[in-house]
Design a protein around this ligand. Structure first.
Ligand code: PMP
Length: 377
């Protein structure tokens, strides 16, 4: 007879996770990381990690396809759009776009911050090579990228092959909520706002997004492209960047970023469990409203962005006295709030409040901000 007392079931200790407001790579949903951890060594009873199996295997293809199906459902992507899961982050798309879509013609670019400026600079390299003309429609540079230039002042081309813009400038905290009303096909960088609120995909020719904010690990980029835009790539376009080729190869022209793709699928599962994009969008609105209200109620904090373009994902703010920046960062870390330092182009602070940042973290942040103001304001 076994006289030993039954071993106590170990109680699972909650993981040490802290409020992380990093702009990217950004905080991931804890539930997703836990699931990845559970499956890390032995994926679905296979005795192997999902990162240890062939991208050509039936099992992995099922993972990849499921992620795409989930994304299609979350974003309500119409059937005449293809979805690609490629590598090189969003920045490589700054080259891929003109190489695929310029086709000897002209492209319009609107610049509203660091990322759209990088996009046009890269496109201009292909203009120099004679692949087409790149036209700067308007820039918000004169107002330090705190507002979008008025459309009546835009220098729009009559015949642009496409119109490129960035829907959310991660560094400047400037968001364009409604797609610009132009005739040209819209190509949009949604790296820092994809899946944050419902959008009508059919208004765009192509949407692209680096994964490291609302989707998963850095390095992966998601491209949603309307079929009629395929097949016009320049002969100089590297095959790996050629959208038509990658569509044919189902994003597997070479070995894709299999683990990142799998993690993206887990994030899509999680988002579905949260009620989908509309539901998370409501929480995102609440988070942003709470933070902007705190800033606006105080003369100590300031956000310079035009009201209708204030980002619901990245909230930069300055302190009345920039000498206090260092103290603010030290104290906020002591209070358990991390990665609030603003980008060097803008200075001050920035709180990135992507989908995986819960309302409670923003509540903790505004409480801290109020206390800090009382002490130092
Ligand atoms: N576009 C936007 C709006 C971004 O925020 C970023 C990265 N922060 C990029 C493009 C570049 O992404 P990656 O580093 O993945 O190339």
């Amino acid at each position: 007879m076994n006289t030993q007392a039954p071993a106590e079931t170990p109680t699972k200790k909650a993981p040490h996770r802290v409020p992380n407001f990093c702009a990217g790579p950004a905080t991931m949903p804890t539930a997703v990381l836990e699931r990845a951890q559970e499956e890390l060594l032995d994926w679905q009873g296979s005795g192997m990690s999902v990162m240890e199996i062939s991208h050509r295997s039936k099992d992995y293809i099922a993972v990849a396809q499921k992620a795409e199906t989930k994304l299609r459902s979350l974003m309500d992507i119409p059937d005449n759009y293809k979805v690609l899961f490629l590598q090189g982050g969003a920045s490589l798309q700054f080259s891929a776009i003109p190489l695929n879509l310029l086709n000897g013609g002209r492209a319009d670019y609107l610049t509203t911050g660091t990322w759209s400026v990088k996009a046009i600079k890269e496109a201009q390299r292909y203009e120099k090579l004679g692949l087409g003309d790149i036209n700067l429609v308007a820039t918000g540079k004169d107002n330090k990228f705190t507002d979008v230039p008025t459309q009546s002042d835009w220098n729009i081309s009559d015949d642009a092959a496409y119109f490129h813009y960035c829907a959310n400038e991660t560094i400047h905290g400037l968001q364009i909520f409604e797609p610009p009303q132009v005739d040209a096909t819209l190509i949009v960088d949604m790296s820092s706002c994809i899946l944050s609120q419902p959008i009508d995909v059919s208004k765009f020719g192509m949407i692209y997004a680096g994964a490291q904010k609302n989707i998963g690990p850095a390095g992966l980029v998601i491209i949603i492209i309307r079929e009629d835009l395929l097949g016009q790539a320049s002969e100089w376009c590297p095959m790996l960047l050629n959208y038509e080729h990658q569509v044919e190869k189902e994003s597997m022209s070479n070995t894709p970023a299999t683990y990142s793709w799998y993690l993206a699928g887990l994030v899509f599962d999680w988002l579905e469990e949260q009620g989908g994009v509309a539901a998370i969008g409501k929480i995102n609105q609440q988070k942003a409203a709470l933070l902007y209200q705190t800033i606006d109620d105080s003369s100590f904090y300031n956000n310079p962005v035009a009201l209708k373009h204030r980002s619901i994902m990245n909230v930069p703010f300055t302190l009345a006295d920039s000498n206090l920046d260092k103290v603010f960062l030290e104290q906020s870390e002591k209070a358990g709030l991390f990665n609030l330092k603003g980008h060097r182009d803008v200075g001050g602070m920035r709180a990135s409040i992507y989908n995986a940042v819960p309302l409670e973290w923003v509540q903790l942040l505004v409480n801290f901000m109020k206390d800090f103001e009382k002490q130092y304001g």
